[in-house]
Every structure is written in C-alpha cells, then in structure tokens.
Design a protein around this ligand. Structure first.
Ligand code: UDX
Length: 446
C-alpha cells in the first residue's frame, strides 16, 4: 500500500519505518529540510534501539523516502498519517496548530479519495476539527465532492522500545464507523495483527479518549505508588514489600507500580495536563487527575529534600556525583526529566554536579551549556571523583552492579541517595554505606 506520514518525530519516524519494513511504500514528509536531509543520509535525530538500522535498510530498498515536498507526499499516499507534535500551549491544553496545518496541506493537494489517520495524541473532538478544516478547504478549491474519512488511530509506543512496541502492538485502535475505511485499515495493519485479532474498532471520540485514558491511568498508578512510598517512609514500612504484596493481586498487577522520583518524558506530564485542561473547558473538575499531577510535581523534589536534610540544609560548596539524566533508561530524552529538577535545586543551593548518563550527555550539554557548577563526565566512575555523595536518578542497567569498593574510595563520604531503589538497604549497611532510597527507611553504617 502507498502510505504518507506527515511528521518525522518519534511517532512518525517509527511508524513510517515499521510500515516500510513489512512492504508498504512509505513517504515521510517534514517541513524541516535539514532533518529530511540528515534522514536521507541515515542520521536518526533520536536515540532509539533498532531504529537506525530499520530506517537505513528500508531507505536503501526504496520503500522508505523522506521529503519536504508536501504536494508529492499527499499525491503518493492512499492513506495519510498525521503524526506531528501537539505541544502544550500556555495553559497546558494540547496545541493543534501543527495537526490542522497538515490537514490544510492534505486538503490543498488531494485529488482522489483519502483516508486521513490521526496518530498524534489529540483532544477528543480533534477528528471533527480536522474534518471541518478539510471540508472547508475542498469547498474553496471547488472540490467539495472529493471523499475522505478521518480516523483516530492512537499510538501506544514507549521510548526505548518504540520499534518493538509498534511491531508487536497490544492493540490496534481504529476510531471510525466507515466500513470501507475499516477494511483499508485492516489491510494496512494485517502484518502486525497476528496470533489473535488485536484490532478494536470504535467511534472516533472514544478512540481519541482511549489514548489519554491509557496514559492517565498509568500516571495515576505511579503517583499512587509514590504517595504510598511517602507514607511508608513516615510509617516505618518498606514500599518494596508493599509493592510485591499488592502486585501479586492480578487485579493490581506488577506493572507500573514502581515508586521513584516522579514520572517525566514527553507523554505523561503533557497528557495528564491536557486532559485536566480539556475537563476544565467543559466545566468538569477532574479531581483525580489534578491530584496525580500535584503528587508528581512534589515527588520530583523529594530526592533533593533528603539530600538537604542529610547536610542540615548546608549544600553550598558540596559536590554531587549524579548518575542518570534521561527521564528513564534507554533514551536520551530529558523532557520533564526529574534529574533537571534535582540539578537546578542543587545549583540553587550552591552545590556542584558531576553528571554521567549513558546516552543523554549531549542533550544535557545542549540544555545547560557550559557552567561552572556542572561537569559532564565521560564515565560513571569519573563522575565520582572527589564528590561528597552519589545520587542515582535514572535506573540504567549499567548502574545496577557498581564496584562498591571503588565507590567508597572515590567519594569523600560513602553516602548514596537512590531515587530508584536500585539496591537492598541491608546489603548497603554491610558495604559500609549510608543509603537513602524511596519509601524505605534510610540506613547508616556503624
Ligand atoms: C509512555 C507510555 O508508557 C506509552 O504507552 C505512551 O505511548 C507514551 O507514554 P514513555 O513516556 O516512553 O511511554 O515512558 P514509560 O516507560 O511509560 O515511563 C514514563 C515515566 O514513568 C518515566 O519517567 C518512568 O521513570 C516513570 N515510571 C514508570 C515510574 O516512575 N514508575 C513505574 O512503575 C513506571
């Protein structure tokens, strides 16, 4: 099938590549000429396991093309994906300007029946807006009888496993009531719809809300667990035991109940906020979502508070080794990353940071530039040298079994603040550390 994808961000690029890989002929359109040029040279703007080789192979085979020529793009596809960003505007609502600009472009150039597939995370009612925009533009062109359908087909990929998530989706949500469109969508996704039928057909508004509901439910699980972790600390309980105790109930499950330093990334913070704003706009008070957001905001400062308390609020002149800058492992993404809140609070208090991350060093440099109170270190070991304590913010695999003897040697004091519960407190006492974690009692050697 001939497919056009507008937007070569996370969602669009991965979607384009996996569709090309199963044999569809995909043209990806982006307004950013430099990005398009780099993509044609095989340079991927994001770190995502497996994506680079997938893009290169399919580009070489001619099944995947990149262009800034939107007219050629529209003419190529039998279906047109909209996969552009929906950044929050000033009040946290999803800004639809890029989505509607693509709708305009499609309407300007389409010359046959089209299926427009919305992959971006968009508020309920967006498909109607896209439809109205295209109808108006077609009427202006005197092409009012050209047929089209607008489908909501949300994406559920996770950063760090985006390729695998798209190749093996849990579900394929198709929001349309048009039978002919459903047939085309089934054909498009047939290569990914194996073992059992993963396609769930629904009306367009329910599909749009499904995406927000999924992310908000996951964010709720995390904020809930962070709340219980805070309680655990104060009540003398151990959140890791509580987590296992409740996770064993299949109605609760073990997934997404890890306490930590708060959720970050490009989806949860933005989507929770957007659904709150959408609720406010229809005079509905989304009490649960507001609490989820408030808990997450506070959770991001808890690690700093533990550090400040340990040093009696006197952090001026102290140096902290910081492991993990990206908002989660296997990505270089630092959007809404808890590490940023922590670093900024440490700097505010007059402390210095020696930071290391396996992937996000360039991004950190880009965000913060050169400053006296930030040293970007080439290895996790070099970040420790002369630091007063180690702070772990992101749970990269390579942090799980450090050389504890070297750690004690390099740090001025054997103190670890762990925002991800990477280690067993009793073992840390044996190894001679003072160890702070989340939802558990701090332990002290000696
Ligand atoms: C998320 C959704 O998982 C995905 O389905 C959707 O399409 C996009 O948003 P992503 O943002 O890539 O994906 O990351 P995810 O792995 O979900 O983690 C989000 C945040 O929650 C991270 O900051 C992570 O550290 C945090 N988290 C996750 C926890 O604090 N505890 C958990 O138990 C799980």
């Amino acid at each position: 099938m001939n497919v056009t994808v507008f937007g070569t961000g996370y969602v669009g690029l991965v979607q384009g590549a996996i569709l090309a890989d199963v044999g569809h002929h995909v043209v990806c359109v982006d307004v950013d000429a430099e990005k398009v040029e780099r993509l044609t040279q095989g340079h991927i703007p994001i770190y995502e396991p497996g994506l680079e080789s997938l893009v290169r192979e399919n580009f070489a085979s001619g099944r995947l093309e990149f262009t800034t020529d939107s007219e050629a793009g529209v003419k190529h596809g039998q279906v047109q994906f909209i996969a552009v960003g929906t950044p929050p505007d000033e009040d946290g609502s999803a800004d639809l300007k890029y989505v509607l600009a693509v709708a305009q472009t499609i309407a300007e150039h389409m010359d046959r029946k089209q299926i427009i597939i919305n992959k971006s995370t968009v508020p309920v009612g967006t498909a109607d807006k896209v439809r109205a925009c295209i109808t108006e533009k077609l009427a202006d062109r005197g092409q009012g009888d050209l047929q089209f359908d607008v489908v909501s087909n949300p994406e559920f990929l996770k950063e760090g496993s985006a390729v695998a998530d798209c190749q093996k989706p849990d579900r394929i949500i198709i929001g349309t009531e048009n039978e002919a469109t459903i047939e085309v969508m089934r054909e498009l996704y047939a290569p990914f719809n194996r073992n059992h039928d993963k396609v769930i057909i629904m009306d367009v508004r329910s599909a749009e809300l499904t995406k927000y509901a999924a992310n908000c439910m996951l964010a709720t699980k995390i904020s809930f667990m962070n709340e219980i972790a805070n309680l655990s600390e104060r009540l003398g309980a151990d959140i890791e035991m509580v987590r296992q105790g409740i996770g064993s109930d299949p109605r609760i499950g073990y997934h997404f109940i890890y306490p930590g330093v708060g959720y970050g990334g490009s989806c949860f913070p933005k989507d929770v906020q957007a659904l709150i704003r959408a609720s406010d706009n229809i005079d509905f008070d989304a009490k649960v979502l507001k609490a989820v957001e408030a808990r997450n905001y506070e959770q991001k400062t808890t690690l700093f508070e533990k550090i400040a308390r340990h040093y009696d609020n006197d952090l001026a002149g102290k140096t902290f080794a910081l492991w993990g800058l990206s908002f989660k492992p296997s990505t270089d993404d630092m959007r809404e990353a808890p590490s940023r809140v922590l670093m900024e609070a440490l700097w505010q208090a007059g402390a210095k940071v020696q930071a290391y991350d396996p992937e996000a060093m360039e991004e950190t440099q880009r965000l913060y530039g050169n400053r006296d109170d930030l040293t970007l270190c080439g290895t996790k070991e070099s970040a420790l040298k002369g630091a007063d304590a180690l702070v772990i913010v992101t749970e990269w695999q390579s942090f799980r079994a450090p050389d504890f003897a070297a750690l004690s040697r390099e740090l001025r004091q054997p103190v670890i603040f762990d925002g991800r519960n990477m280690f067993e407190p009793v073992r840390m006492i044996d190894k001679g550390f003072t160890y702070y974690s989340v939802g558990r009692q701090p332990v002290q050697h000696g």
